[in-house]
Design a protein. Structure first.
Lengths: 238, 267
């Protein structure tokens, strides 16, 4: 029964293309993002992964094709949060401005992600990892059905990356969210995501991690990076 | 003290204080967003567009107030058009619009017989404000207070990070347009009273002073207003005492405050 309810996609991209300054960034992408799962967009640098997130969010309008959003509650954690570091703005103020949530709600969410001690800190004084967590709190405060994370672990070390993916998995389960992660860390993505979209300006393959891992298109694109996964190849599909 | 009482006897001085008070608040509030958008040049750009409008009004013998407003609106649309259709960066668009406008204004003015006075446009004359200027400043004050209050969250979202603003559901293009419209209207209406130099200073200096010492965004907004009002009052009284141009003295007072707060800025 619940599967029937869940079978309607949250986001649909139909033959979406985007050209910026005469350069084709993504071409003829069609994909659906289903509810309540961790989805990952993988690909090499400049393959158009972040652009797809921005198309989903509406930051970019497609040159061709159609983006349909069946939810308005979308949280977003950008890859680079560019801002004037001299601005006198505390973490609490930042969260209040974007999420418009009440003070107790902000306090509770900061505690939940173990960053309550940062509430009065100026945002210009935060480290990359701290800012990442603040932005996740911000996204969660919007009570989203869908969270878009653009290269969320780019500023973290190996342990930080592992912790991050574990917390994202916990959050996803707790709030029954759909999480879309853009990443080129295929190790962790294959471990945590349920659906993978492999992008090289167009969609080259997609499906369950095990399916994607076996596809020729994926092997062609990521050839050398596949080595660490070889020991998984003979394991039965989950 | 006797100096203050002495100056306050004069109706023109009282009007200057009242108009200065209202405009100082408006420009300081707008200035916070101007400074955080890193668009300090925008005051000059809008002022130069209005200057072109004034010149055109003189050439065609049209009513200068309405042509100033029309010129400011046309300027906003032009900047918006370039922003959407060109590959130029935002600061280039503002700079080139400013340069083209002043060049066009000077050429138009050269065709107006017997008119060579651009000094009034540059410095204004806050001591010569009339009652109608006072009413206009009050109307401007109310429009800005309402506009900025209604869009305060969206404007702040936009100056911090545009992409997060979009993800929060803010129509950034609309908010941007509304801000530019408010700014254009305020510059166009204020230019005759306080001139380009004081106007640009009001937009940039108080917000930067506040940024130096504030520890939160709310504080920055509040301090910018306080600093701006202090600048007007101190500048007007000092200009009365030393018998110097009032606009220039206000800018100088704000400049001194900027230097002092930069020494003792928040770490």
């Amino acid at each position: 029964m619940s599967k029937k309810i869940d079978s309607k996609p949250l986001i649909e991209l139909e033959n979406v293309s985007l050209t910026l300054s005469g350069q084709s960034i993504v071409k003829d992408i069609s994909l659906s993002i289903m509810p309540n799962e961790i989805v990952s967009l993988i690909g090499l640098n400049g393959a158009g992964k972040s652009t797809i997130l921005k198309l989903i969010l509406g930051i970019h309008k497609p040159t061709d094709g159609k983006v349909t959003r069946h939810t308005k509650r979308i949280g977003y954690v950008p890859q680079k949060f560019e801002f004037d570091r001299t601005i006198p703005l505390s973490v609490h103020e930042l969260l209040k401005i974007y999420s418009q949530a009440s003070d107790p709600k902000i306090e509770a969410k900061l505690k939940e992600l173990s960053i309550h001690h940062l509430r009065a800190r100026n945002i210009g004084a935060l480290s990359g990892g701290e800012m990442q967590r603040v932005l996740i709190v911000n996204a969660l405060l919007m009570e989203p059905e869908l969270i878009l994370l653009d290269e969320p672990t780019s500023g973290l070390d190996v342990l930080g990356e592992k912790d991050f993916y574990c917390s994202i998995e916990e959050i996803q389960k707790k709030y029954k969210l759909t999480v879309v992660i853009v990443s080129h860390d295929i190790h962790l993505v294959f471990k945590h995501a349920k659906t993978i979209f492999c992008v090289d300006h167009c969609l080259v393959c997609h499906g369950h991690p095990e399916q994607v891992k076996k596809s020729d298109a994926f092997k062609k694109l990521f050839g050398p990076h596949l080595v660490p996964f070889k020991h998984h190849e003979n394991e039965p599909h989950s | 003290m006797s100096l203050i009482l002495d100056a306050l006897q004069f109706g023109f001085f009282q009007r200057a204080l009242m108009v200065g008070f209202l405009l100082a608040i408006i420009y300081a509030l707008l200035g916070n967003f101007v400074v955080l958008r890193e668009e300090a040049i925008i005051g000059h750009t809008m002022a130069n567009i209005v200057f072109m409008g004034i010149a055109l009004g003189l050439l065609l013998s049209w009513d200068s107030f309405w042509i100033m407003i029309l010129a400011a609106l046309a300027g906003v649309l032009f900047i918006d058009y370039l922003q959407r259709s060109s590959r130029f960066s935002r600061d280039s668009i503002l700079a080139l619009t400013s340069q083209i406008s002043i060049a066009a204004g000077i050429i138009i003015l050269s065709q107006v017989e017997g008119y060579q006075n651009v000094e009034g446009f540059l410095f204004g004359n806050i001591l010569a404000v009339s009652s109608s200027d006072l009413w206009m400043s009050l109307a401007l004050f109310l429009i800005n207070i309402v506009g900025l209050f209604l869009f305060r969250k969206q404007l702040t979202q936009l100056v911090i990070n545009k992409e997060l603003a979009i993800s929060a559901g803010t129509n950034v293009e609309r908010v941007n347009f509304i801000f530019m419209l408010l700014l254009a209207l305020t510059v166009a209406a204020g230019i005759k009273i306080i001139g380009v130099i004081l106007l640009a200073a009001f937009l940039v200096i108080p917000a930067n002073i506040a940024k130096n010492i504030a520890s939160s965004f709310k504080q920055m907004v509040l301090l910018s207003v306080i600093v701006s009002v202090i600048g007007v009052f101190a500048g007007l009284f000092l200009s009365y005492y030393f018998d110097t141009p009032s606009g220039a003295m206000i800018v100088l007072v704000l400049g001194v405050m900027l230097i002092v707060t930069n020494v003792f800025k928040r770490r």
